[in-house]
Write a protein that binds this ligand. Sequence first.
Ligand code: FES
Length: 405
Amino acid sequence: MQTFFFVAFPYIALILAVGVGLYRYFARRFTYSSLSSELVEKKYLFWGSVSWHYGITLILLAHLLVALLPAPSRLVLGNHTRLVVLELTGIGLGLYCLFGIVALIARRLPNKSAARSVTSPMDWILLLALGYQAFSGVGIAMFERWGAAWYLNTAVPWLWSLAILHPNAATVTGLPFFIQTHFINGFLVILLFPFTRLVHVVSLPLEYLWRPYQVVIWNRDPRRKQLPCPCQASAVPASAPPPLEPTDEKRRRSLTRIGILVGGISAAIVGIPSLAFLLGLRKAPREWRPLGAVDSFPVGQTVEVSFADASPLPWAGVTAKTAAWLRRDGPAQFTAFSINCTHLGCPVRWLPTANLFMCPCHGGVFYKDGTVASGPPPKPLVTYPVRLNKGIVEILTSPVPITTV
Ligand code: FES
């Protein structure tokens, strides 16, 4: 089930978003709009829309920046004061967003509300999905603190593994259920993108954020016959649209074909490798990496070792490096523990005086053998296979730092 939600579902959502999105763009370009309901109600729309758009834009930007630039983000978040400031800013923005989406939902709720009469079932589904995303995001920020730090060690490796078509959900499948629903619902929103008014995000109406408000006025010529009010449009038979010119008809057919072709190619680019992975035709690479000469590790000591990830991206920089805790138990016996806590992935520290691993994020404590001593971690620290090869200690690594080996 988890393979479906964290491997197949993200690809299904992306394929539909790209494929159907392109088709709709080429075949029904005039529907790429948020279908503003400002004309029927604007007081609550103002409060909801402004709060939602400012809040969600900044939050998405922060999520994206950390995912795209993990190394600089790690440096920024490594300082406690900065981490606290960013966490508080995130919670503030999350609450701002939540207020916005609640206002947007509330204005459509009353039976007699004009906004409700122009709300389609897909609008309701989208509003509920966005509402849940804002609600769960605020809940996570408030009850699973230091999210900015553990997001780097859990969601970011998973998202990168999806991006390079070597999906590995090991870093997220062990997270609390509430956090998992936030990720899954995020991809549900992506899936809904081409079927709803959400398509307006790609038209990037950035100037909406600072432009002065619009004044919309009726421009009626009193000498002409009174036009029906748009809100009664359904009660008045609309006059038939003028027939399309043959050239218009041809252009529309061509655009539809282009849409289907581009959408199909995009879907194939993402879909075929993903299907191959799901059918087991593509395996995540596992590599033995050298850690150092056997004699450089004193017996009985636990030290931090760093090594290159199994499939570093050309532009990965220092993020291609990962780390582990290595203990020499005997002359030829070594144990390597993942550095990531099994709760939310924060890096654990070894305290030699206490013989314990400590997680600074939520106080998780592990015994010397990696089993849980106390705190929220649900399972022991993950261990890596280790071998000796011509006097060199080697570790078996996989594309992401946390594995289930
Ligand atoms: S990440 Fe929460 S206790 Fe380690």
